[in-house]
Design a protein around this ligand. Sequence first.
Ligand code: C2O
Ligand code: CU
Ligand code: CU
Length: 473
Amino acid sequence: MKRRNFVKLGLLGSCSTLLTAKPTPNQITLFDAFSKPVAIPPILEPILSKEGIKEYTLNVQEGQSQFLKGAKTNTYGINTDFLGPTIRVQKGDTVRIKVNNHLKEETVLHWHGLKVPGINDGGPNRAIEPTKSWTTKFPINQRSSLCWYHPHTHKKTDIQVYMGLAGLFIIDDEESLKAKIPKEYGIDDIPLIFQDRRLDGNAQFVHKQSMHDVMMGVTGNIFMVNGVINPYIELSPKTVRLRILNGANARFYSFVFEDDRNFYQIAGDSSFLPNPVKMKQLILSPGERAEILVDLSDLKGKTIMLGDSFANKALLLIKVKDEKSQRFQIPNKLTTIHEYQDLRGAKRREFSLDVRPGWVGINGKQMDMNRIDEKVTLGQTEVWRIKNPQNMPHPFHIHGCSFKILSRNSMPSYANEKGLKDTVLLYGGETVEVAVKFDHIANKNYPYMYHCHILEHEDAGMMGQFTVEPDYI
Ligand code: C2O
Ligand code: CU
Ligand code: CU
């Protein structure tokens, strides 16, 4: 087996990766690479109310995390020190979520990928003051998917996510429950949140320092999976399902296995793909999700690295258990995308991702909480044409919907974009058309957002607000 370069690079970890000005007296160092097991975020058990509503409590709080040997890092977390539990619901459920803000600053949680009314969406207009709570109740009515939650605090989303506020929100439906694919959470169906960080010589997070960090987004040289730096995971020699979230502020990942093996993408942001898509490399921009199936049956008793070929880094060591291998047949049909068949009469809108020296915006404007940028009619299919006239890539995210990519640079969308999505990556010079429809109201007090999901761009103003209302308003 030919080892890729990133394996060597990934094993080089030492204090040289910390942003030390001078040698630290208390010997703060990285733990040995791949010596710690990955943490699987626990599934938060709801309390079932009399009316059958699933009730959850999320405590947004300060904490301390032992990322490094020799010192703890100040972090934020939800019900814990860093990151948060997984909320797992079924289509048809109604949930009630109470968010308690125990921070010393305002925050709010947004349900990224969920089709819920603006009033429940957790946008910047929903800020929760310190010591205060927000309770929100909504039905789940959308396809099975890996969604997530994170803060959406006005101008502070980037730093609050960086400090550790993020968690998974998994939706199951009939189709996903009966699909013949691995589905034992944490056993052969593994949630993986990929993030990167910079740490200083005192083991503290270092977020944006300069205009350069705003313009490029904050990327770090410390690679975490589910909040653990360079972890390992033990898996059986069989086909496993990895549910991957790019939860980084600004880093783009290109996931590859060290021997360049094939794997299959089965789902994107908001639905299964119609058919599994065979690939060796999976690119995910911030905010995007993918589910993949990878066959480990030939690796009984061996190891394999999952790495990032953009940074040339090993991210996760997979130790394959020395037990009987199991063969598995990947189903060739996963779902049918029946949404957005009829585009006749669709209203069209254009969005331009604009970058100027020291300035990012959309359609020549920067986010203004007092301005509604677009007014959309409830239930009407639209075609949004998004263009990126400059060089830097941007992931464009839309709240309150699952859209379908119609074309990329006037060509058909990629094979792994044939499902529904809520975030689409545009490389420099690209133009993407998406069909989109909104099924819930978002009024001017609680509008939806569209924005770049490089969080430093979002906070710098690369975001707009829109309402969704019936057309008699
Ligand atoms: Cu994941 Cu408006 O965000
Ligand atoms: Cu969102
Ligand atoms: Cu951007």
